[in-house]
Design a protein around this ligand. Structure first.
Ligand code: SF4
Length: 726
């Protein structure tokens, strides 16, 4: 199949300085947790995008000096020759598929925590950092500024040596060029501060120096947040465009990579689908495109080829920039080119990928279980090892794990019978996609439904009711995978004291679990949500109730409601939402007991009500500190219990206890996967479903096979080896 002609425009080459892209798909810099320390993982991850048709594939932000050390976060580095060698493997791997390789040169100034290098960063003015405790930069003099510009030049030369075709000076995300540009950070009164021309001087001279050094062989561009969304306190569009014009007049920029917002509100740029729909930054790229004469990259979490073609056709951008859509589906361009748009695995905008960066961990993706597994486990998102022998598999439950397991087994050629008790597939995603703002999460189901529909090896049966152990044993399959999910605890089981909440019972009319809410159980006018979970469910319940006009409170043991959403960048806008919708929050509180008379009364205890002094050594049988007893009372009509989930274990447990009957029923193995094994993040359930299917012939696929670890081995040479030390 060939691309539909209306998408042909996406496959036109674009000239960027001395280089030409093969098409308009531009994989923008984003982190994956590999940095330059795990060259195998870095190269295989980026190469997969190149193989999938991305015309330009960038690695993440690159610390150009130990002064710009972002530890504990993991970035690429170009500090010495060792980094050059490691990154050369990535560019070679990307080039093998005909794509250009890009790198983003980053100097964080006062925002670089320098926790590993312990160096001192430099910046325009000595100010405290808004991102790291006790972090200040050294205020530059003229010599410092010259040295900083030289650092960019050295890094650009190393980039060329490492084989990169495109070098990007990052100014966005409050990096050093923006710190000079914005009066918020730049308090100088010399030729580097004050007027726009003075504040722009550092960015301009850096671009010019890099262009002089490598610009006739390497494309040189820059990334700017053209409007910080801070109003007059930050960079507004009008001044941003005047800056762009100024750089354009000097002819030192081959490409503009455009975004919005600033580092502390990064979630307005890498916008979660809860708050931002695809295309929400188009205006920014368009505004820049109107004033420049070089290509413009627009980022938009775009997954629709029709939208992409419209943007290019309307002159709103020259290149389709993407991070998340390229993670969720590295083969998105190829699928468009081959006319297989219904095979695109669309990003759902959950930002789990970002949460991993914020936890200093390798990237994972809810949609694409193979992301970052290309090297260490050898997984390819579009290729599957054929099943070694005919084998029929019964998968019980078509929730996230069951669907993914059935899909991958089907791709491998196993004969799969996927049986779902309900009329529709999706398991608890069917509820989640109806939570406020989370409709796009339904793509987890629609993608898998579309793929399974195409797989002749997979027979899907819905509405079959709950299978019993007798049903499973008699089914006639060689192997069984149980994937029947989990449920919310009905008694307030929680991670505060690992017990139930006294008085909580979802069998009573005054209590609901999230599942009961979604099935329409009656709710009173005053609602208390207990968020012991910390992710999206508690806050979704609260928002739903507030939208129904109820008076809503949320009690949580955490510092704030839904703290995990800080890691997915939903946090700041979510807290604003709670405030704006008059949802009262009781952070750092837990419930001692719940009493019911005419109303429901919750006794709330402050998390730190006990004395701060500890008696040492503690006396046996006595608490080692003064125990606080004070409580406050919260009245309501209904309590929603989002405290903990419990696996639906009964079916698997019964099958295990009847293991002696397996052979007589020709059953060779029974596995369980997803939440019915252990409740976890949705992406981890999907991952487990995928992994089990990939490793299905292992001796015990219930346990993961070893994967490649990239780690220094004692006794091997280090790099560099200062003073001959190793
Ligand atoms: Fe998209 Fe979520 Fe995957 Fe990130 S983790 S790429 S937001 S689907």
């Amino acid at each position: 199949m060939a691309s539909e002609s209306r998408h042909d425009i996406l496959f036109e080459p674009v000239r960027i300085g001395p280089k030409t892209t093969p098409n308009r798909f531009f994989g923008v810099p984003h982190c994956n947790g590999a940095g330059s320390q795990r060259p195998g993982a870095q190269a295989a991850f980026r190469a997969m995008k190149a193989e999938g048709g991305w015309g330009v594939v960038c690695v993440e932000y690159c610390a150009i000096s130990p002064e710009s050390d972002d530890t504990p976060h993991i970035s690429v580095r170009l500090w010495d020759e060792g980094d050059v060698v490691n990154l050369r493997h990535t560019t070679d791997s990307v080039h093998r598929h005909g794509a250009l390789a890009g790198i983003q040169l980053w100097y964080g100034g006062g925002h670089a925590p320098v926790r590993e290098s312990l160096a001192i960063a430099r910046g325009p003015s000595q100010l405290p950092s808004e991102t790291a405790y006790q972090n200040y930069c050294h205020e530059c003099d003229e010599d410092d500024i010259a040295e900083l510009i030289e650092m960019y030049v050295i890094a650009a030369k190393r980039s060329e040596q490492a084989g990169f075709d495109y070098v990007e000076i990052i100014g966005s995300d409050s990096a050093l060029p923006t710190q000079f540009l914005q009066p918020m950070y730049n308090k100088r009164s010399d030729r580097w501060g004050g007027s726009l021309e003075n504040r722009a001087r550092f960015w301009l001279e850096t671009m010019a120096a890099v262009k002089r050094a490598v610009g006739d062989r390497v494309a040189v561009g820059t990334r700017i947040a053209i409007d910080n969304l801070l109003g007059p306190a930050g960079l507004e569009l009008e001044e941003g465009l005047r800056f762009v014009e100024l750089i354009t007049r000097e002819g030192v920029c081959d490409l503009w990579n455009i975004k919005i917002s600033y580092f502390m509100e990064w979630g307005n740029d890498a916008g979660p689908s809860r708050f931002f729909k695809a295309g929400y930054q188009t205006w920014a790229a368009k505004a820049v495109k109107d004033v420049v004469n070089v290509p413009v990259v627009g980022v938009n979490r775009m997954t629709s080829p029709d939208d992409m073609a419209r943007i290019i056709g309307a002159g709103e951008a020259d290149l389709i920039g993407a991070a998340r859509p390229s993670i969720a589906d590295p083969f998105l361009p190829k699928k468009i080119q081959e006319g297989r748009t219904d095979d695109i695995r669309e990003c759902i905008g959950c930002n789990i990928c970002v949460s991993q960066f914020n936890q200093e961990a390798p990237l994972i993706c809810t949609q694409n279980a193979t992301a970052m597994e290309e090297y260490r486990r050898g997984w390819h998102p579009e290729k599957f090892e054929a099943a070694p022998a005919p084998c029929s598999v019964l998968v019980v439950g078509a929730g996230p794990a069951g669907l993914e397991c059935a899909r991958v087994l089907g791709e491998r050629g196993y004969e799969v019978h996927l049986r779902e008790a309900e009329d529709e597939i999706g398991g608890h995603i069917r509820d989640v996609m109806r939570y406020p703002g989370l409709a796009e999460w339904g793509r987890l189901v629609s993608y898998r439904q579309a793929q399974i529909d195409k797989l002749p090896a997979v027979a899907l049966h819905t509405g079959v009711g709950k299978m019993t152990a007798d049903d499973v044993l008699a089914y006639g399959a060689d192997k069984i995978v149980i994937a029947v999910g989990a449920h919310w605890a009905t008694d307030g089981l929680n991670a505060v004291d690992f017990g139930a909440i006294a008085g909580a019972d979802a069998a009573l009319p005054q209590f609901c679990t999230p599942e009961q809410i979604m099935r329409g159980k009656a709710v009173g006018e005053r609602v208390v949500v207990i968020d012991g979970d910390g992710y999206f469910t508690g806050v979704a319940m609260a928002e739903m109730m507030a939208d129904q006009g109820k008076q809503v409170s949320v009690v949580t043991q955490f510092n704030e409601v839904a703290p995990f959403c800080e890691l997915t960048l939903e946090g700041p806008n979510l807290q604003r939402l709670l405030h704006e919708k008059n949802i009262a929050c009781y952070p750092l509180h837990w419930i001692e007991r719940i009493a019911i008379d005419n109303t429901v009364k919750l006794s709330l205890a402050y998390a730190y009500r006990d004395g701060y002094q500890i008696e040492l050594p503690p006396q046996t049988g006595q608490a080692p500190r003064r125990l606080g007893t004070e409580v406050s009372e919260l009245e309501c009509d209904t309590v929603i219990l989002c405290t903990a989930r419990k696996s639906n274990r009964a079916l698997f447990t019964e099958l295990k206890t009847r293991k002696s009957e397996w052979a007589a029923n020709q059953i060779r193995a029974v596995y369980h996967v997803g939440d019915c094994h252990t409740p976890r993040f949705m992406q981890l359930s999907i991952f487990e479903g995928h992994r089990l299917a990939r490793e299905f012939e292992a001796k015990n696929p219930q346990l993961p096979l070893p994967f490649i670890r990239e780690q220094p081995i004692w006794g091997e040479a280090t790099s560099p080896t200062p003073n001959g030390r190793n």
